[in-house]
Design a protein around this ligand. Structure first.
Ligand code: PAF
Length: 273
């Protein structure tokens, strides 16, 4: 496995599949690596804690950085290249500061709670696509809003990469794997398990014929009483606009705080008509 820190080194090799990450890798990331490994000749994983997707007061400084352990995991998965640039490599001093904005979609869900977040994500992913030039790029369904934003960006800018979205990987208590789960103490961890329970409650309601988004939302909010809820919404999976009906297709998305840690999760409903 070769590790590159500069854009010029990265440009010297050909990548088939790219997994953009911010490091602190877990089984969720590794599931993306395995999907890429199965479909691609050469696999690159980028590790870059992207400052432009954090706003002032967010957890950029304390975001977990576990580079050595990450590389060990990636080596064991047979990854070909790791791209781990510095912040100044990606955002050099004196640059004009061109940004990629996905209006509308980029301001909904996490984009509403974290203004500028998706502008930072779209900008860095566009840059990574231009540097690495992958045929396929892998993302997790856990970040459903991010997926919607990136799909729109790829379509609008005619970027040649194709997005592949892999299922959320969960722990035994149902909690979606996230690099931020390591910040939870035991009590917060128990409380956080309400998030997947709320989504399961939503799924059960939909499966037994409930279609009204508001009924589903209220049932989820009951489950989430012990947490500070940022949003619990039923939206269109592509536009992220609220929808009144879960059927036949909707994204049910939750963001909630367990202590100081903001967690997100979602459930995609696709019911045959
Ligand atoms: O999902 C993430 O870890 C990040 O948002 C991404 C896509 C690597 C961009 O920094």
């Amino acid at each position: 496995m070769q590790i590159f820190t500069t854009i010029s080194e990265m440009r010297q090799v050909r990548t088939d599949g790219l997994i953009p990450t911010m490091g602190a890798l877990h089984e969720g990331h590794l599931s993306l690596v395995r999907a890429a490994r199965a479909a691609c000749e050469t696999v690159t994983v980028s590790i870059f804690v992207n400052p432009t997707q954090f706003s002032a007061g967010e957890d950029l400084a304390k975001y977990p950085r576990t580079f050595e352990a990450d590389c060990e995991l990636l080596r064991a998965e047979g990854v070909d290249f790791v791209f781990a640039p510095s912040a100044s490599e990606i955002y050099p001093a004196g640059a004009a500061g061109t940004l990629v904005e996905v209006p509308g979609i980029g301001q909904r869900l996490d984009g509403a709670s974290r203004p500028g977040h998706f502008r930072g994500v779209a900008t860095v992913v566009a840059k990574l696509f231009n540097i690495v030039q992958p045929r396929l790029a892998y993302f997790g369904q856990k970040d459903a809003a991010q997926v919607a934003v990136l799909r729109a960006m790829v379509r609008d800018l005619n970027l040649p990469a194709e997005l592949r979205v892999c299922p959320t990987v969960r722990d035994t208590d149902g909690l979606a794997l996230s690099s931020r789960n390591r910040f939870l103490n035991a009590a917060e961890r128990r409380a956080a398990a309400a998030i997947p329970r709320a989504l399961e409650r939503a799924r059960a309601l939909v499966e037994t014929g409930t279609c009204a988004s508001e009924t589903v939302r209220q049932a989820m909010l009951w489950e989430l009483v012990a947490l500070k809820v940022d949003y619990a919404q039923v939206v269109h999976p592509e536009t992220l606009e609220p929808v009144n009906n879960v059927c036949p297709r909707a994204l049910i998305a939750i963001a909630a705080w367990a202590g100081e840690t903001r967690l997100i999760d979602n459930l995609l409903i696709e019911k045959p008509r």
